[in-house]
Unconditional design. Sequence first.
Lengths: 279, 279
Amino acid sequence: MKVVTAIGEMRSCSRGWKSAGRKIAFVPTMGFLHQGHLSLIRAARKAGDVLVVSIFVNPSQFGPSEDLEAYPRDLDRDLEFCREERVDAVFAPPEEEIYPEGFSTWVEETELSRGLCGAARPGHFRGVATVVLKLFNIVSPDLAFFGRKDYQQFKVIEKMVRDLDLPVEVVGLPTVREADGLAMSSRNKNLSVGERRQALCLRRALLRAREMVSEGETRAAAVRQEMEGMIGREPDARIDYLEFADPETLKPRENLRPGDLAAGAVFIDTVRLIDNLLL
Amino acid sequence: MKVVTAIGEMRSCSRGWKSAGRKIAFVPTMGFLHQGHLSLIRAARKAGDVLVVSIFVNPSQFGPSEDLEAYPRDLDRDLEFCREERVDAVFAPPEEEIYPEGFSTWVEETELSRGLCGAARPGHFRGVATVVLKLFNIVSPDLAFFGRKDYQQFKVIEKMVRDLDLPVEVVGLPTVREADGLAMSSRNKNLSVGERRQALCLRRALLRAREMVSEGETRAAAVRQEMEGMIGREPDARIDYLEFADPETLKPRENLRPGDLAAGAVFIDTVRLIDNLLL
């Protein structure tokens, strides 16, 4: 397994694979890999001839008061995982390789990025779109794999690829969960034992929302109120947002129907967790 | 010569050339080709194995009160020129192929785009950067050719290519001029005979600025005042901007030195003309 830190070297690897007619499958990550990432890596392993994983905690998608510093990192452990999964190359550039001094070009999706996490984290999806476009240009993948836990991110990237005519097929895979249902996230590592117990409140509230809608409830406000009550019972939980939206346009919905997106973000003390499901 | 209107067909042409190891040279244009374009096309013909010219009047780089409708067009004449220059493919997509309904992803360079034409035409370089990135993704050129009459555009595209890791070499070529010195521009077509005579005022003022600086003048304000006087003598001329800037950062300069960029935009009645030189 190659571990590549320079853009030029990564690009020349990819150029070699391309000219040999090999199909490149790519999994971009921020590292601290968990079972969710492994499900992407395994699907990519099957779909491509060559498998590249990137590990880069992208500073431009974190706001000034967010958890860039606290984001968990363990490159050695990540490389071990990647070796076991027969990854061909890990691209783990230093920050200055991706954002050299004077960097000034940004990619912004302006519709799907507006609500949900985009409203709660201004600039977040600009950072995501920019780094993903850069990684695509460096790695030249035929296929790229993303988790649907970050549903809005997946839709924004899909849209960017379509709008900017990128020659990449974007694949979204289902959220992988702990035994009790908590969505796998690198940030779960930052939960204390007591917080870990409370962290499930968002998943439970989303399941309750689905139940209410399946029983005929259509009023978003009523469902949200019920969810707020459930989450409010946890002492360290603070709702960032709970929204219902069209699963394609991500426009907010006031009248719910089965198939709508329900998505939320909840802080458990300082740890921000997200989850979603289709009602 | 192929004339291609669909993205998919253009992409499959390029893919074929690439896999045959042929080097693609690309000249993106808004059509109504003149000698300036032809100098780009001829340089591209020599530099690459395959030569692609695009013809697309890009609506997203025109402001709401600008001359999108009045921009001159003559596709048949352009195709004739291209045939004579042994162009391999002309990519001339309809607007809805480039900007389908719901298009929502934009590329923006935020530093070099600020002043000069960027200040005078808000959103202009966002439109330029977005369409050029799209065209690069569709055509997959190894080399792309731009005129230095649009000096700021050239620098913005160079910066975008560097920041977004695009695998393209950007080449800038000198401004081609009429016998009397007027910079070639598709918009010159829209000048009446009387306006055509007045149009030279910007070029003359820029040459006078260079003369003043070579004689030791360093005060931008003094040079600008002299230029304003020269342009002000033409009855139909109205200055959009006259600026002096660092030729790399495009930051404004108050104290001039040889090598600085002098750039201006002047309306001759409704026709906006630009020109620049290094002092």
